[in-house]
Design a protein around this ligand. Structure first.
Ligand code: ATP
Length: 259
């Protein structure tokens, strides 16, 4: 379980997060939604310790997240972030092997088990055919799938995803969501596609201006009022007949033609 209590985060004069409080249960898939600039990535960056906590506490399995030793943290938390800079030009396979690093001792060489994990993760993310390609030369969507494979190879109990479907074509969006939703681990993802969020997440956290506007099951959270208040968009909300999950049809007044 991860507990976020009274977390406030400020950059310069700008208060980015205001008193964030929520709990993520083990094994749940939690989606964070909200408009551009509302603080989703900042919240995730605190969770994966890219940012230092300034105020409040984050507790992971009854331990202060900031006190967890780096090597243990890397075994527990894997991340696919928006901007994962790669300074040197590695092959795809080398990139995925990096996911095994937290499990190894200094200079310990890769084992047959590492090889099997890496190959399986490449197959599951549909990148096995890219194994020898240079990471730097891949398309945005291919890179995203390599970063996911690397995160899977880490075999962490918590997976943090910052806009994981960004750059992916429609087939790979569903493939990625199917894949991660099927993992028996905790997942926290910032998502822009509200229909994907509604389809896959156990719970949604709606953020607005650095605060939580609402949280709960997608059925309860995705209301016309919320969509107007937070996203300033009109929507018809129905059920997807195939999945029985909420389905949003968006429109603007300008699109509605009067006869
Ligand atoms: N390093 C920084 N310096 C100054 N302001 C920053 C910095 N990083 C983020 N911000 C500001 O913090 C706010 C929240 O940013 P954040 O990236 O968390 O939003 P987001 O909800 O993830 O947005 P998006 O949906 O556009 O990715 C924004 O107003 C952003 O401009």
């Amino acid at each position: 379980m991860i507990t976020i209590q009274n977390v406030i985060y400020t950059i310069g004069e700008h208060r980015i997060l205001q008193d964030m409080n929520f709990t993520v249960q083990e094994g749940h898939f939690v989606g964070i939604i909200g408009p551009n600039g509302c603080g989703k990535s900042t919240m995730l960056k605190l969770l994966y310790r890219y940012f230092q906590l300034q105020q409040g506490t984050i507790v992971l399995h009854e331990q202060d997240l900031m006190q967890v030793p780096q090597k243990i943290f890397a075994k527990q938390v894997a991340v696919v972030s928006q901007d994962s800079p790669v300074l040197f030009d590695f092959s795809v396979k080398e990139m995925v092997y990096m996911g095994r690093t937290p499990h190894k001792k200094w200079l310990e060489s890769d084992t047959a088990s590492d090889e099997e994990i890496v190959l399986t993760c490449m197959q599951r993310t549909n990148i096995a055919h890219l194994a020898e390609r240079s990471f730097g030369q891949l398309s945005g969507g291919e890179k995203k799938r390599v970063l996911l494979a690397r995160a899977l190879a880490q075999q962490a109990q918590i997976l943090i995803l910052d806009e994981p479907t960004n750059h992916l074509d429609i087939e790979h969006q569903f493939q990625l969501m199917d894949l991660v939703a099927d993992l028996p681990i905790t997942i926290i993802a910032a998502l822009h596609d509200l229909n994907l969020a509604a389809s896959y997440c156990d719970e949604l956290i709606v953020m607005q201006k650095g605060e939580i506007y609402a949280m709960g099951r997608s059925e309860d959270v995705l209301t016309q009022q919320m969509l107007m208040d937070v996203f300033h968009i009109q929507a018809d909300i129905s059920r997807n007949p195939f999945t029985n999950k909420p389905h949003l049809l968006f429109y603007s007044n300008a699109q509605i033609k009067t006869p």
